[in-house]
Design a binder for this molecule. Structure first.
Ligand code: F3S
Length: 784
């Protein structure tokens, strides 16, 4: 039965085929795993989605080793990444998508005036893009969620997420859906194309990190604090090649949306994804969002033991967190793993001599805009109003995650309470979270130092307002809201008081526990924000037109295949030091408008990266002009284009966790488009490394990470800089060596002895095929 007040937004999603999943898992247990091996939940979901028809179907599975070929159940794409994914899917020459797929228009809406005006402006400014996406959706039978409908991860949680299933999303915070006990994995568009084209999707068999939750959250502490604390313990690299699986009695005490928040930010520690065992809260959430049939199916699957780990399941490592003793945290600035318990934050502000001011407080986004989040924020705003505090001191912006949330909190008076406290409701979209913030005001205009506090998930430098000096701190919506009333970084709402107009001192009480689901049920909101009724079948007659003169969209041309030779005399364009995230490699903000135009967006390639050879950001030597050219220095895109025109292959050297951050495949496509053949790093972020391979760029890591320091430009006045050549790449790419992953790199510069450095590749047999073909897509197109 459907819970009263539950809504059916779209075609109701039926329950997953649990019987088939169970059958696959049983077969895998018999043939590929040691008898009676206890499994984690993550393994159960992965192994039940193994593609049965591959040659590897009978090889034993070793966790953390080798590759799994999987059949995802669903694909979701946001509008910025969907453009390139669909342009690639068009090259794959398939009549329809092989799995249910959805497009969500959320990234291209500015936060400038008011919710409705911003959506209207976006529709005007991005008409060509929305039109392209909508036509592609119609042609291939994809659900299209229009601008204003909501943020991809919230819409997926409300409509599509289902316990025990496997989904790919072209956005790094796709793991949000782990709040409903599934594996939802952020990928680049080319990976999504695999699933959409019905090709097995390959994943390096991840290790499983168990996080045991005991106790129960109370008072000021919220689910956000669980992941803020974990980010501090694991750092931005600590989850790499791991699935984070929560277990223990504490899981039963969390709301479904709270678990989604925790899974969402697992992306910040580099985890492949995060998930929770099926709980009563998930069942209730499914029923409240119109999916009683999914809940019924999941209840049955759960009783059969499919939706939680086996007793005695072994985790590769375990962290234990007692929710009862957890403190609220504030993380940042500039990196999400700089975690400080609230009680110590004041000292940190004083020590660093940060200006004691919060210019803007922002709540909501895909991470923290649940009904529960908004109700608890409103509780604090109401306390402040009752206590005589009036409006917030900081500017206060609120982003609902979906039209359903917006309409429900409006109906229940939450919006009115937030607005009375000066809260300004933004549209149901990413806005300030992805740099679409027309912030205005002197601080961002003059690029001076200032602080903002948000309940978002990511706080890389310049991400929100384009100002590299904006210190962006992350906290729960409760802490953000309470601190907005003081406007000061040193204010601790748990202990400090604030003066009221009448001279009395006001102190917040902890926010009230609230029901995580609305008592009156959700309300769907405005019709124009619902997806058009899905066509019963794709309409192949739909024309997708891309104008050759468009500055926003450009049809793709296949990349050239590997030439069968060693990589020889490849110019080192730059050696990048420090953090090099996907934001450094392919900036968002104003560049989002070129997501569908590879040539135009390539003008931002690596413009945020700091080159050791010039000790400057976006400055590299240009050795394309022969003798005496060392003095010529240009921007990365400028020089890379000259190398491309001169037919000169180039590569870059990078530090740890190169490409961390988002699933942005442009960060791989653009260097490839400009002629980059390989990238040598101390390590790579998982999604980015796969993205590079998919686009035919060879990612190599230093066997001895200290060799990174041996590549330095000793002779800056030379006419040819540093060149590298491989020895052994041909044998690897010809498949002649399967048990060694090492290649030699000969590093050469004029006037210096050659250096030989050992580097390693992580290519599977299939991935070798991608490099040989020039890209994974070239292979798919060849099979059409
Ligand atoms: Fe949107 Fe991603 Fe933020 S989905 S709300 S930009 S984390």
């Amino acid at each position: 039965a459907t819970t009263p007040g539950a809504v059916h937004h779209t075609r109701p999603v039926g329950p997953p085929n649990y019987a088939a999943l169970f059958e696959t898992l049983t077969a895998v247990r018999k043939t590929r795993l040691p008898p009676s091996q206890a499994l984690t939940l993550a393994e159960k979901i992965l192994y039940s989605h193994l593609t049965p028809t591959t040659p590897a179907a009978h090889t034993p599975i070793r966790r953390g080793d080798g590759y799994l070929k999987l059949s995802p159940d669903r694909v979701a794409m946001q509008d910025a990444s969907a453009q390139m994914a669909l342009l690639q899917f068009m090259l794959a020459k398939r009549p329809t998508t092989a799995v249910p797929t959805s497009i969500h228009c959320d990234h291209l809406i500015p936060a400038a005036h008011s919710a409705d005006a911003d959506v209207a402006d976006s529709k005007n400014a991005n008409a060509e893009i929305y039109d392209f996406l909508q036509h592609a959706a119609r042609k291939y039978g994809i659900a299209f969620w229009p601008p204003g409908a909501g943020i991809i991860h919230q819409i997926v949680l409300e409509n599509y997420a289902a316990p025990g299933t496997l989904m790919l999303g072209t956005d790094s915070h796709t793991p949000n859906a782990g709040g409903l006990g599934m594996l939802a994995i952020g990928v680049g568009g080319a990976d999504a194309v695999d699933a959409m084209a019905g090709i097995p999707w390959e994943l390096k068999a991840p290790s499983v990190l168990g996080i045991k939750l005991t106790g129960q959250l109370s008072g000021w502490t919220s689910p956000k604090d669980v992941i803020l604390h974990i980010a501090g313990r694991l750092t931005v690299r600590g989850g790499t090649n791991h699935i984070i699986e929560y277990f223990g009695p504490g899981c039963e005490t969390l709301s479904c949306t709270g678990m989604a928040t925790i899974c969402n930010m697992g992306a910040e520690v580099g985890a492949t994804t995060s998930t929770f065992p099926y709980t009563q809260a998930m069942s209730a959430y499914l029923r409240a969002t119109g999916r009683a049939a999914v809940a019924d199916g999941a209840d049955t699957a759960s009783r059969a033991g499919f939706l939680s780990a086996d007793a005695n399941a072994r985790y590769d490592s375990v962290i234990e967190i007692d929710l009862s003793t957890l403190e609220p945290h504030i993380n940042g600035p500039f990196t999400p793993d700089l975690a400080t318990p609230l009680s110590k934050f004041k000292d940190l502000v004083v020590e660093n001599k940060w200006k004691d001011e919060i210019q803007v407080a922002l709540i909501g986004s895909c991470t923290n805009s649940s009904y529960e989040d908004m109700r608890r924020a409103a509780d604090l705003a109401q306390q402040a109003a009752d206590g005589g505090l009036g409006a917030t001191v900081s500017q206060f912006l609120v982003t609902p995650g979906s039209e359903q949330i917006r309409a429900t909190i409006e109906r229940d008076g939450v919006t009115a309470t937030l607005e009375k406290a000066s809260g300004q409701m933004l549209s149901n979209s990413c806005g300030p979270c992805i740099g679409q913030w027309k912030r205005g005001g002197s601080e961002s205009e003059s690029k001076s130092e200032n602080a903002i506090l948000s309940s978002f998930n990511r706080n890389f430098r310049s991400r929100n307002d384009g100002n590299a000096k904006t210190m962006n701190f992350l906290a729960s919506p409760e802490i953000v809201t309470a601190m907005a009333f003081s406007g000061r970084l040193t204010f601790n709402p748990m202990t400090d008081t604030l003066p009221t107009a009448s001279g009395r001192e006001f102190r917040f009480k902890p926010p009230q526990p609230v029901t995580s689901l609305p008592v009156k049920g959700f309300t769907p909101g405005r019709k124009e924000y619902l997806p058009p009724p899905p066509a019963p079948r794709p309409d192949p007659s739909t024309e997708i037109s891309v104008s050759p003169t468009s500055t926003r969209l450009q049809l793709l041309k296949p990349f050239a295949p590997w030439n069968g030779q060693e990589y020889t005399d490849v110019q080192v364009l730059g050696k990048f030091i420090g953090k090099c995230t996907t934001d450094h490699i392919s900036a968002a903000g104003p560049w989002l408008k070129y997501k569908g135009h590879l040539e135009n967006i390539s003008e931002n390639t690596l413009i945020g990266a700091h080159n050791d050879f010039t000790d400057a950001v976006n400055r590299v030597h240009d050795f394309s002009r022969g003798a005496g050219a060392a003095a010529v220095v240009g921007s990365v895109p400028e020089v890379a284009k000259r190398y491309k025109e001169a037919g000169k292959p180039w590569c870059i050297v990078a530090s740890w966790n190169y490409g961390e951050g988002s699933a942005r495949e442009h960060a791989a496509l653009q260097p490839r488009y400009l002629g980059c053949g390989m990238i040598i790093a101390q390590s790579f972020a998982r999604i980015h490394e796969t993205n590079l391979k998919k686009q035919g760029v060879l990612p190599l890591t230093f066997v001895d990470p200290a060799d990174y320091d041996r590549i330095s430009l000793l002779n800056a006045s030379s006419s040819s800089g540093i060149r590298v050549s491989t020895r052994g790449a041909v044998r690897v790419l010809n498949g002649d060596v399967v048990d060694s992953f090492e290649i030699e790199l000969i590093v050469r510069q004029d006037g210096c002895e050659d250096i030989v450095i050992r580097v390693a590749h992580s290519l599977s047999a299939d991935q070798i095929g991608w490099i040989r073909a020039g890209s994974a897509l070239n292979l798919i197109a060849a099979s059409a």
